[in-house]
Ligand binder design. Structure first.
Ligand code: GLC
Length: 750
């Protein structure tokens, strides 16, 4: 810590000496430029180029001769991934690299809490340092465009304001611990289908107002030190060599001073990468290795270009203390403070979707509970490909319920339905497992169903655990639909028949189709993949120790075809096959062979013709009623929203109102402020979130709450001017508990 204080003091003195005060956090990275240039002058061309590509699967080289340490990367974004072998992802079998498993992205987003996002980043940053890691490959902040998106569990929200706020505070939390973020995947990475080659075709206004927002705030306000270009293309160019994204916007407009690291296997050429903004090829050196030197020799590139890339890398190297090998990994990675943060996030992420007749919280007299469903016992820490965590421990829902219920409550369990562990890469088991389905849409298993119904009949209350798992929702593939798998609908109907005191808990990363389940579940809870203490937090909510306070960060559509990309036929793309992702890993191919194969592959395209009408923007504008709306989440208390006063200044629009907790227990409310633009000439969605706050109130407490909207957040991207622009006129302010639950309105002129 002392060393860090020295660094900060040193930094402050440097800044004081600087002629031009830094314009923002990015400029802090330039304070060592003079020293860096002096070091670059001592480096050979080979040493410089050696920094532009992977050294091992999770590191890029420094210059040992000059005392510049290698750069060590670690997957996140919700737990520091176990150590892999030097040339791959296989486990290295270490003992001290069991980490804290934080609630995944969609759970963090459901907290709508900047403070928790900051704490979350702090925990991640601390544990990265213990593992000797310099850069966390996270946060993963792409907008939730598709309800079937394979990485919905990893990403945050369908709304740019919510996603951007959480991305910013996660970034600050990590970097305040002396670790760099590598915010990903830049940009418009919203599907896994053909992710290695799909061309996301999106108009400039939508790109700016929706898809870039989370990256913009994390870079400009948060000082994100590195950025990971995505696998896909945007408007024709691969992200890892996209002049518009990497040079014009990221570096030109946002003033980014750090470095970019390709996604693993996401580099596509030497010249494209060198000219259009990539610093480090992960992995391999077939583009940013010897071919760079060869290109300089024939005058196609210059050494100055290499110097600039090395300078950007060294700015981060100098900002992040290198942890000596004999210091790293000498303590258990998972720390009690991080476990406490994971628990706090889990507690505030749980969303109460429905609570008919006060079915929840469980009544004190309950003596027999039937817990049905394998999602009550399946751990969710690993799987989902890159973001898996080897957790020091994970409390499952059943463990949490049993622990909280105590000895004088009988808690019985039955699996209820078969699990579907996915077949993407695995083979069908040789010997059939009675608890494992061979198809995701397999009907309910009669024997398992009968066993579950028998338990349900004898219980005071039934808790049904449905949802998906991390083979169904995973990086690398999108879901075919959002149906509940393996006959869960049949099971829950039979359970409700047997016992009307039924509560459903959904354990999933993304939305599911609840049309059959909703009518037979008096209470429904979205429990997420909620980390190391997920079971503990869930039990606290179910037993009423705490009131649920999570709010949906994305819409649960009534049916998949209601969602914009499906309604418009924009997804899935009809082009079949063609995922270059695996192709790029084939180091056995010569460049010519690979180019020949890739030239023949179909060119998948994803048309973003819905424009900015993502998520609730679509449903509200098209008057399509969702199953549960963006921002929806019930509590065990009612909240009163007093009349709102509003004022519009030059730089901010502020509102003020009194919020009251009308219930008998402490609770949090996430208040949401949307805007509408009656009479606008520019086209806008029906409403847009522009401010929110999580407010804690004791029973009966009242608080005056102030929300403010920076006027700059009310601008639109004017494609004619190719710049942000403000349309003056009437602004309608809609204050509510959800996007479909507006409590107060007001109007101002801007
Ligand atoms: C993966 C992911 C990326 C991850 C990287 C390293 O393919 O797209 O998010 O950080 O490779 O595991």
């Amino acid at each position: 810590m002392y060393r860090r204080i020295l660094t900060l003091v040193g930094l402050a003195l440097c800044l004081a000496a600087c002629k031009t005060a830094p314009k923002g956090p990015q400029d802090l990275l330039t304070v060592n430029d003079k020293k860096i240039d002096a070091v670059i002058a001592q480096m050979t061309l080979e040493e410089k180029v050696n920094m532009l590509h992977s050294k091992t699967n999770m590191s890029s080289a420094g210059v040992e001769r000059l005392g510049i340490a290698d750069m060590h990367y670690a997957d996140g974004p919700f737990g520091i991934r176990e150590e892999g072998v030097p040339n791959g992802f296989q486990s290295a079998g270490w003992q001290l690299d069991s980490a804290t498993y934080f609630p995944t992205g969609s759970a963090l987003a459901a907290t709508w809490s900047e403070d928790l996002a900051y704490q979350y980043g702090t925990g991640m940053g601390v544990e990265a340092r213990l593992r000797g890691k310099d850069v966390i490959l996270g946060p993963a902040v792409n907008i939730q465009r598709l309800p079937v998106g394979g990485r919905t569990y990893e990403y945050l929200s369908e709304d740019p304001i919510l996603s951007a706020a959480l991305a910013l505070y996660y970034t600050k939390g990590v970097q305040d611990q002396g670790t760099a973020v590598c915010i990903k995947h830049f940009a418009v990475n919203n599907q896994e289908t053909n992710r290695g080659s799909v061309d996301a075709q999106v108009d400039e206004r939508t790109l700016r107002e929706i898809y870039l927002k989370p990256f913009e705030r994390a870079v400009v306000e948060g000082g994100a030190m590195s950025v990971m270009p995505a696998y896909n293309k945007v408007n024709g160019d691969y992200c890892s060599e996209n002049e518009h994204l990497l040079n014009e916007i990221l570096r030109g407009e946002w003033g980014f001073k750090g470095f970019t690291v390709s996604d693993w296997g996401g580099t596509h050429s030497t010249m494209g990468a060198m000219l259009h903004g990539l610093n480090v090829q992960m992995t391999g050196d077939n583009y940013l290795g010897q071919p760079v030197i060869d290109s300089i020799k024939v005058g196609k590139l210059t050494e100055e270009m290499v110097d600039e890339k090395v300078r950007q890398i060294l700015r981060v190297r100098y900002a992040i203390e290198a942890i000596p090998d004999d210091v790293a990994n000498t303590k258990q990675t998972s720390q009690p403070e991080s476990q406490a943060i994971a628990k706090a996030v889990a507690e505030k992420s749980i969303v109460l979707l429905k609570n008919e007749g006060g079915a929840l919280p469980l009544k004190p007299g309950v003596k027999k509970i039937a817990v049905i469903g394998q999602n009550a016992v399946l751990k969710t820490q690993s799987g989902g490909v890159g973001a898996g965590v080897k957790a020091l421990y994970e409390i499952t829902p059943l463990e949490g319920i049993r622990k909280r219920a105590g000895a004088d409550v009988q808690v019985d369990y039955a699996p209820g339905y078969k699990n579907f562990p996915g077949r993407r890469w695995g083979r069908n088991p040789a010997t059939p497992d009675p608890l494992v389905a061979t198809a995701i849409d397999e009907p309910a298993d009669k024997k398992l169903l009968a066993e579950a119904v028998k338990l349900a009949r004898q219980a005071d209350v039934v808790i049904f655990f449905g949802g998906t798992n991390k083979s169904i929702e995973t990086e690398g593939s999108d879901r075919a639909n959002i149906d509940l798998p393996t006959g869960q609908n049949e099971v829950v109907k039979a359970l409700y028949e047997a016992n009307k005191n039924l509560v459903t808990v959904l354990i999933s990363g993304g939305p599911t189709d609840l049309r059959q389940l909703e009518p037979v579940s008096p209470a429904i809870v979205q429990g997420w993949w909620n980390g190391t203490e997920g079971g503990t937090a869930l039990a606290e909510v179910l037993f009423g120790d705490i009131a649920p306070s999570g709010k949906l960060p994305f819409t649960f559509p009534a049916k998949l075809d209601d969602s914009p990309a499906f309604a418009l036929g924009n997804f899935p793309d009809k082009t079949q096959g063609g995922d270059l992702f695996t192709m790029l890993y084939r180091q056995d191919l010569s460049r010519e062979e690979r180019a020949e194969i890739m030239a023949k592959l179909p060119k998948p395209v994803s048309q973003y013709t819905e424009g900015s009408l993502v998520g609730y923007r679509w449903y509200d504008t098209k008057n399509v009623k969702p199953m549960y709306a963006f921002g929806h989440g019930l509590s065990y208390v009612d909240f009163g929203y007093g009349a709102m006063t509003a004022a519009a200044g030059k730089d901010t629009v502020t509102v003020s109102f009194e919020l009251s907790n009308e219930g008998a227990m402490p609770a949090d409310e996430v208040v949401q402020l949307y805007v509408a633009r009656p009479g606008a000439t520019v086209e806008w969605p029906a409403k847009e979130l522009k401010a929110f706050a999580r407010v804690s109130l004791k029973a009966g407490e009242k608080k005056t709450v102030e929300l403010s909207i920076p006027v700059k957040d009310l601008r639109y991207w004017n494609v004619e001017k190719n710049a942000w622009d403000l349309e003056h006129g009437t602004l309608q302010l809609l204050l509510g508990a959800a996007s479909d639950d507006i409590r107060q309105t007001a109007e101002v002129a801007i």
